[in-house]
Design a protein around this ligand. Structure first.
Ligand SMILES: C[S@@+](CC[C@H](N)C(=O)[O-])C[C@H]1O[C@@H](n2cnc3c(N)ncnc32)[C@H](O)[C@@H]1O
Length: 369
């Protein structure tokens, strides 16, 4: 067992470059972009820190073993040689998942079953379908790589958002889109259609210097080597910053506004955020320096809605051009035609990112003339 692993950060597909930039800025070593995520080098401490600190990752995998396996009997034999007791606890349920690609072993369920049996028969850990500790086996070109998911519930679940609204954006995507718009914590942010408040809350957390994983638990807490003192040492107290209420969320739905304000309170961000029920037509530019308008308007996935939404996107463009000179705009939508209906001066659109069965894209502007 080596304590210098390849650690793989799963990214929302399309946002790998932003996650790589975040990991580099956070001081991780050997950061390289790969399809579907970002690889870096480190030990268990780095894996814990990635879970606690990175805003863009979906989950953090530690690749702890790899060996050739040409057939199931060989997989069975080599899986039994792995020192499972160095990773798993005999009393904590585990689940094994496998994928096979371009390999002589092609039956992923049989492969997962062999590895699961090796774990139960050598270590004694029970198997459970709903286990939060998961071993992931990838058999690619006859090379079996074993990873452990150190995260559990995906990292966009920060632990504060009990109210989720109708079509919430995931927190990790919101954070990456804010970064793509140049947000560094110093600018004000307005979301005129905030729903559960995702953009406003992520932006306020960044400004307040809070760790995204500060309120939740992680699968690594159930692993053999887990040291609560090491995790405690990675937790940072909230920095001493005077809250500035420059993160504003509006929505025409009173229920969404109540929910967003409750989410902010749970996150300890009430002093940084303001939420109010108001339609787009009432949106005014806040006093103070220009900042960023971030919006995830309705997309109209249902038939018949799209036509009406052209009016809404057109009105959005007019309001922003007339009242938000000097501000930058970021719009996240699955519909390029609707984005263009704003007639805003967009830069090149961002990559398409899978989100809830759709592909969304960020459309951003430079400061509006
Ligand atoms: C896709 S949801 C936003 C979800 C949000 N980003 C989140 O993470 O929860 C779109 C929101 O736009 C709001 N909305 C639609 N038309 C509006 C209007 N004319 N004025 C203000 N809000 C509006 C809806 O009530 C809804 O909450």
């Amino acid at each position: 067992m080596d304590s210098d692993f390849e650690i793989f950060l799963v990214a929302p597909p399309g946002l790998e470059p932003h996650l790589a930039a975040e990991a580099r800025a956070a001081g991780f070593d050997g950061v390289t972009e790969q399809a579907g995520g970002v690889a870096l080098r480190g030990g268990w401490a780095e894996a814990m820190r990635a879970n606690l600190d990175l805003r863009g990752a979906v989950r953090v995998l530690v690749r702890f073993a790899s060996f050739r396996a040409m057939h199931l009997a060989q997989l069975d034999k080599r899986a039994r040689k792995v020192d499972w007791s160095a990773i798993l606890r005999p009393d904590v349920p585990v689940k094994v998942e496998a994928v096979c690609r371009a390999s002589r072993i092609y039956h992923h369920k049989a492969a997962a079953q062999r590895i699961a049996r090796a774990i139960t028969e050598t270590l004694g850990a029970p198997l459970a379908e709903d286990a939060s500790v998961r071993i992931l086996a990838r058999i690619d070109d006859d090379l079996c790589t074993l990873s452990i998911d150190t995260t559990g519930d995906p990292l966009h679940k920060r632990g504060h958002k009990e109210f989720v609204g109708k079509a919430p954006l995931r927190e990790n995507m919101a954070a990456m889109f804010l970064a793509e718009c140049g947000f560094d914590g110093s600018q004000p942010v307005v979301d005129p259609m905030c729903g559960s408040g995702t953009f406003v809350l992520e932006a306020a957390e960044i400004a307040a210097g809070l760790q995204p994983g500060r309120s939740r638990t992680f699968a690594f807490e159930q692993l053999a080597l887990f040291d609560p003192a090491a995790l405690a040492a990675l937790r940072r107290p909230a920095p001493d910053r005077t809250p500035e209420p420059r993160f504003l969320g509006f929505d025409r739905d009173q229920g969404a506004i109540r929910g967003a304000a409750a989410n902010a309170a749970r996150a300890g961000l009430s002093a940084w955020c303001r939420f109010a029920c108001q339609p787009l037509s009432a949106l005014e530019r806040p006093d103070g320096p220009p900042g960023l308008v971030m919006i995830n308007p309705p997309y109209g996935a249902r038939i018949g809605e799209r036509k009406q939404l052209f009016g809404l996107y057109g009105a959005l463009g007019t309001v922003l051009k007339e009242r938000f000179r000097g501000w930058r705009v970021g719009i996240v939508t699955s519909d390029a035609g609707l984005a263009k209906a704003t007639a805003l001066p967009f830069l090149e659109p961002g990559p398409q990112v899978a989100h809830g069965g759709l592909k969304v894209q960020l459309w951003r502007t430079a400061p509006l003339p």
